[in-house]
Ligand binder design. Structure first.
Ligand code: NAD
Length: 347
């Protein structure tokens, strides 16, 4: 066994109903005196005791460059020394855009399962084109997880976002830097998400399930950040950027198709996924979870049409990772996207 593994350092504070206290401790520990809070909601219970110099709520999906520029100007103007973002991946993404050009540290308080808080990946969108990059300056110094903050997340979004996290785990297993360490993290993530997601869907008040989901989201993102983007993420990245499809829902729909395509050529990964689900096959484990939480099955309701498939295939083919366990042809991608568009079962 020969591999090189790199886990970026990050502090995690976890506790239901503890975000305010944990955040205050962290702001003190970091010595910050002028905090920029990036959040679309006021969150008085969370930010009540920290030195807020500015509450910035100008957030938009996929971090458009003009939104990033306004946030960067605001941070400069208010002489900010710490960014605190409270929200989903779009909010974390905006804090990352500010950190990228300023080096200001981030404390992230996630309210979805997107996992951006645990990666050093940033993204910016200009004229319908999403650019991403990797930079250690954008990795939040600290993550504060509080499952009480996820209670307001609608069930449909909880499901899509939870499957977005699950996709990080699955795709990590054949990502370009997949190794036994990130595979273990991915497997632990699948176990947590498989336990948590049905609990959250079936009982909105299930605190243990919500904790499992945040734990799973973190593990999934750590695995993904370490292993890098596999075929699934490349497909979703192109679809999200080119056709403005919703991020989490796109991941939720595409995942079973990529798993069905890759699993036969990746027996170790398939065994790891099946064992984490506690099922005989990886595909059955995912299918069982998806059925239980009534996962979305088709991209067409989100605005993706079969007429877009040839263009999408042409965009995806050049970015297929070399690490993929089997070759990917134009015909393969057409089959995957056609089934995902219409909601047909994975082939
Ligand atoms: P999002 O942040 O856009 O949130 C989706 C919706 O849910 C928004 O309307 C938001 O206001 C709402 N919301 C969030 N938390 C809520 C809560 N607790 N209660 C009620 N409503 C809530 O979507 P997302 O799926 O969290 O993130 C998607 C974005 O994150 C994409 O731009 C994606 O590219 C990025 N992302 C980046 C990384 C990375 O590593 N850089 C990883 C994952 C996702």
């Amino acid at each position: 066994m020969i591999f090189t593994h790199d886990t970026p350092a990050q502090r995690v504070l976890f506790g239901h109903g503890r975000a305010g206290e944990h955040l205050a401790d962290e702001v003190t520990r970091l010595g910050a005196t002028r905090v920029m809070v990036i959040a679309t909601h006021p969150h008085p219970d969370v930010i009540g005791t920290i030195p807020v110099a500015l509450h910035h709520d100008d957030v938009a999906p996929h971090v458009p460059v003009d939104v990033a520029d306004r946030a960067r100007q605001a941070a400069r103007h208010h002489d900010i020394d710490l960014l605190v973002c409270i929200g989903g991946g779009s909010t974390t993404g905006l804090a990352k855009a500010v950190a990228l050009t300023s080096g200001i540290p981030i404390v992230a308080v996630p309210t979805t399962y997107a996992g951006s808080e645990a990666t050093d990946v940033w993204g910016l969108t200009e004229a319908g084109r999403k650019t991403t990059g990797v930079d250690r300056r954008v990795l939040p110094t600290t993550v504060v997880y509080d499952s009480a903050l996820t209670v307001g997340l609608p069930v449909e979004l909880s499901v899509a976002s939870g499957l977005n996290a699950l996709a990080h785990c699955v795709d990590s297993l054949w990502g370009p830097r997949a190794d036994p360490i990130n595979a273990s993290t991915a497997a632990a993530g699948i176990r947590a998400l498989n336990a948590g997601l049905p609990a959250v869907v079936e009982d909105a008040t299930d605190r243990a399930g919500r904790d499992e989901m945040l734990l799973g989201a973190y593990l999934s993102a750590v695995a993904f950040a370490s292993a890098g983007s596999g075929l699934h993420h490349k497909i979703c990245h192109v679809l999200g950027g080119a056709y403005d499809l919703p991020h989490a829902q796109t991941h939720a729909v595409i995942l079973p198709h990529v798993l069905a395509f890759n699993a036969p050529a990746a027996p170790d990964a398939a065994r790891t996924i099946a064992a984490a689900f506690g099922t005989d096959s990886a595909e059955d484990g995912l299918a069982r979870l998806r059925k239980r939480v009534d996962a979305p099955t088709a991209l067409s309701p989100y605005g993706f049409d079969v007429s877009m498939i040839p263009d999408a295939v042409a965009r995806i083919l050049p970015v297929v990772p070399e690490s993929n366990p089997r070759p990917v042809t134009e015909s393969d991608l057409t089959t995957i996207l056609t089934a995902a568009c219409t909601g047909d079962a994975p082939m």
